[in-house]
Design a protein around this ligand. Structure first.
Ligand code: ZN
Ligand code: ZN
Length: 338
């Protein structure tokens, strides 16, 4: 396993980035709600920003809109610095050096987050006796010491390695798997093939495969952080340019065109979502393939091939190039690993 301190450092930076990002979003929302602008009839929405600047330009207080905006910009700068620091840390992982660094749309933050989710499991242990901590009535509890452990600052993590023997288990972990649903009401079927809403046994013809939703009161067996990440990455691919052939952006375009033919009646948004979803699933299967190749682990044919012949027939894009860069990165990280 990678040096535990290096894994923890990456996790620390990614978590701090997440926290900062939340703060930035809420700060910006607060700015616009505390310093409102009312548009006059017929005025374009896009003018809002400009009008706000004008209206509050001369506010005399130190904590008005203008200084608030400056503070928000300061937070963005810290975020940028953190992103670069994450990048410096990624060179300790071959999947970054050999592949992810070449993939347009995958920045430092997404790569760090993916690496952490794929390779490692973080479990909290009791700082006193080292036993795994359980969550109990919204606190953390050590069964061994029979006491609750308060506050995140007191938690100690144990890092172990994860393994996903099949692509399907990796997809499942990220909440990107499909489960049988009733096509009429789009409710998830029980294990016995019953629609709990319509109270009927659903026949094969009325089954559609959809991503499961989070169910109230039931602990999901997939990571919502993972699903959010997959969604963000798929959006990021669409924003890239593509290279006209083998890229995730181009793959999105071909799936989008295909959906134009197969789902002509669907809304634009629906067709876009389908194509985006297929693109990120392809990328995730490539991630799995590259990671396992690097780690010398066996590759199994994904079961999904039967249903969707596209997946995994396409070799990973941007893989197997830039070997010189890899050598450089490798020598860079050696001293830390000793
Ligand atoms: Zn304990
Ligand atoms: Zn139903």
């Amino acid at each position: 396993m990678q040096n535990e301190m290096i894994i923890k450092e990456l996790s620390y930076m990614v978590r701090t980035y997440d926290g900062l990002n939340k703060l930035i979003v809420s700060t910006k929302n607060r700015l616009t709600s505390f310093f409102p602008i009312t548009l006059e009839e017929g005025q374009d929405k896009s003018l809002k920003k400009e009008l706000r600047e004008q209206q509050y330009k001369n506010d005399s207080t130190l904590n008005g809109y203008i200084s608030g905006k400056r503070q928000a910009e300061g937070l963005e700068q810290i975020k940028g610095r953190l992103e670069r620091d994450i990048g410096k840390h990624l060179v300790y992982w071959d999947i970054w050096n050999q592949w992810l660094t070449n993939v347009p749309g995958i920045g430092h933050y997404y790569a760090g987050k993916l690496i952490l989710l794929y390779y490692y499991k973080f479990e909290s242990i009791c700082p006193t006796c080292g036993t795994l901590i359980v969550k109990k009535e919204q606190t953390f509890f050590c069964e061994n010491c029979q006491k609750s452990i308060k506050g995140e600052g007191n938690l100690v993590f144990k890092v172990t390695e994860r393994d996903f023997p099949r692509i399907s288990s990796w997809w499942h972990f990220l909440g990107m798997h499909n489960t049988p649903h009733h096509s009429v009401c789009r409710t998830r079927l029980t294990d016995d093939g019953i629609c709990p809403k319509c109270k009927v046994i659903v026949s094969e013809d009325d089954i559609i495969y959809l991503k499961p939703k989070r169910q109230a009161g039931i602990q999901s067996d997939w990571s919502s952080t993972g699903r959010t990440l997959a969604y963000l990455i798929s959006g990021s691919f669409v924003k890239t340019k593509g290279n006209g052939s083998r890229s995730y952006r181009d793959y999105y375009d071909t799936r989008r065109e295909l959906r134009e033919k197969t789902h002509n009646d669907s809304t634009k948004g629906h067709k876009h979502n389908m194509a985006q979803n297929e693109t990120v699933k392809l990328f995730l299967s490539h991630f799995w393939q590259v990671a396992r190749t690097i780690d010398g682990k066996p590759l199994t044919e994904p079961y999904i091939v039967a249903k969707d012949p596209v997946h995994n027939k396409i070799e990973p894009f941007y893989w197997g190039i830039n070997h010189e860069a890899r050598e450089t990165h490798f020598s860079m990280c050696e001293p830390r690993m000793n």
